[in-house]
Design a binder for this molecule. Structure first.
Ligand SMILES: [Zn+2]
Length: 153
């Protein structure tokens, strides 16, 4: 599989001098995230993916048809070692699934409400993404959600 090279299209400037100042701090998570989500590339991709997969992909596993209104990144892009890898993961459609707001909240904050089938599928999809990058010689950092309460069960 080919890994798309997006690094040359990383937005270099926000056009806002006050925000530009924040770029001095490269590990500002929130800034990276807002810069990515505000990019034209994301807005374009978001429309394409929601049009391509308008149904919640995890609910479909359970034979429920639910409109997808949000996109979830399987591997967290903002936790990567550098911005180029983060940007690649951010725009890699293999790393993105369409979900409803309810499913998205379950994934991030209440995974005990997901079915076993959905949890297994999520894990498989994540592993596929990690393997794809590994084959290309790129090491992906995989972090869990802090609010993941699976361990409490
Ligand atoms: Zn998400």
């Amino acid at each position: 599989m080919e890994i798309p090279q997006y690094s040359t299209t990383i937005p270099r400037t926000t056009g806002n001098p006050r925000r530009e100042k924040k770029r001095i701090f490269p590990d500002s998570h929130a800034f990276l995230v807002s810069k990515f989500y505000n990019s034209k590339a994301w807005k374009r991709l978001r429309d394409v993916l929601l049009r391509r997969n308008p149904i919640d992909q995890l609910e479909l596993l359970e034979r429920h048809v639910e409109s997808a209104t949000e996109l979830h990144h399987l591997i967290k892009f903002a936790d990567q070692a550098n911005e180029a890898i983060a940007w690649q993961l951010f725009l890699d459609d293999d790393n993105i699934i369409s979900v409803s707001k309810t499913t998205h909240n379950r994934i991030h904050y209440n995974s005990s409400e997901l079915t076993d089938k959905q949890r297994v599928k999520l894990k498989e999809m994540k592993e596929k993404v990690v393997a794809k990058y590994l084959l290309a010689g790129v090491h992906i950092i995989e972090t869990e959600d802090r609010n993941d309460n699976r361990s409490n069960q």
